[in-house]
Design a protein around this ligand. Structure first.
Ligand code: ADP
Ligand code: MG
Length: 281
């Protein structure tokens, strides 16, 4: 990895040509780009160094980057390289062309079979990361992309730990979108297990895929937190009994009783048609 602190003025110069804006997050802007030498299309995520200046985040970012570069899984967006200039950090990423899963759900809920396919791909990727000590902590449909073949890809895995720490500065907090995916044990602020927090968020995603709306929702934020804390949600009538049972194991408010990823693999709802993915380290 290049030196992030003592970087040149223009890191991209000559290597990549930036194109149109693909998306905006709370934390960064993502552009279409082209590798000038090979012609390969990529996505480049641009982070302003000012936003992380004066914090200890730089060392976290470096650690997460070194782990992410080693993650090779068909359902995780690949990080090709990281470049830096005096003012910016650039993540050169695999370009994913099918847009956000969120945009697709906004057009209508999915069938149980399609939801299962996306959910299996999500869990395959999340389990892969957990086994390597990486926790996403910000799993939600906005961070799940679809490729041109309709396969799910988790975007910016690992960097969310960093994002969470940025939030307290107030500025980014307000932009960070819905807290609807947060696990009850996070609300009590007593420390939490990263794996179980991801399992909870996956439970919320599973509900959203099948329902087309959130399980815990309220215009009043405190009222929404109360519902999450109590695990108060209702399943729409079209949810099958197997799905209801499986979901209740993910949205268990007690992280010690909540289903683990290993246990999911043996669940009848989950394992229907599940194909173990082949990936290379
Ligand atoms: P943030 O960390 O600020 O939330 P994201 O990594 O989620 O930023 O990126 C913001 C948006 O940019 C995404 O929601 C998506 O629409 C788009 N995007 C991110 N990564 C890619 C990618 N690899 N290929 C295509 N679009 C992407
Ligand atoms: Mg995002």
């Amino acid at each position: 990895m290049p030196e992030i602190e003592n970087a040149p003025n223009n890191a991209l110069f000559g290597k990549y040509e930036l194109g149109k804006l693909l998306g905006c997050g709370a934390f960064a802007k993502v552009f279409h780009a082209r590798n000038v030498r090979t012609g390969q299309s990529v996505a480049i995520k641009v982070i302003n160094k000012k936003k992380i200046a004066g914090t200890s985040l730089m060392s976290n970012i470096k650690r997460e980057i070194s782990i992410m570069r080693k993650l090779n899984h068909p359902n995780i967006v690949k990080l090709y390289e990281v470049l830096a200039s005096k003012t910016k950090i650039y993540f050169v990423l695999e370009l994913i062309k099918g847009g956000e899963l969120f945009a697709k759900i906004a057009k209508g809920r999915f069938t149980e079979d399609l939801s299962r396919k996306y959910f299996q791909q999500l869990i395959s990727a999340v389990g892969f990361c957990h086994s390597r000590g990486i926790f996403h902590r910000d799993l939600k449909p906005e961070n799940l992309l679809l490729d041109e073949n309709g396969n799910l890809k988790i975007s910016d895995f690992g960097l969310s730990a960093v994002k969470e720490q940025i939030r307290p500065d107030g500025l980014l907090h307000t932009l960070c979108g819905t807290p609807a995916y947060v696990a009850p044990e996070i609300l009590t602020k007593r420390g939490y297990d990263g794996a179980m927090v991801d399992v909870w968020s996956c439970g919320v995603v599973l509900y959203v895929l099948n329902a087309g709306y959130l399980p815990f929702n309220d215009p009043n934020l405190m009222a929404m937190y109360k519902k999450i804390y109590k695990g108060e949600y209702r399943c729409p009538k079209w949810f099958s009994s197997d799905l209801r049972r499986f979901l209740s194991r993910l949205l268990d408010t007690n992280p010690e009783k909540r289903i683990t990823i290993d246990e999911m693999m043996r669940d009848p709802w989950f394992k229907k048609g599940y194909k173990e993915v082949n990936f290379y380290e």
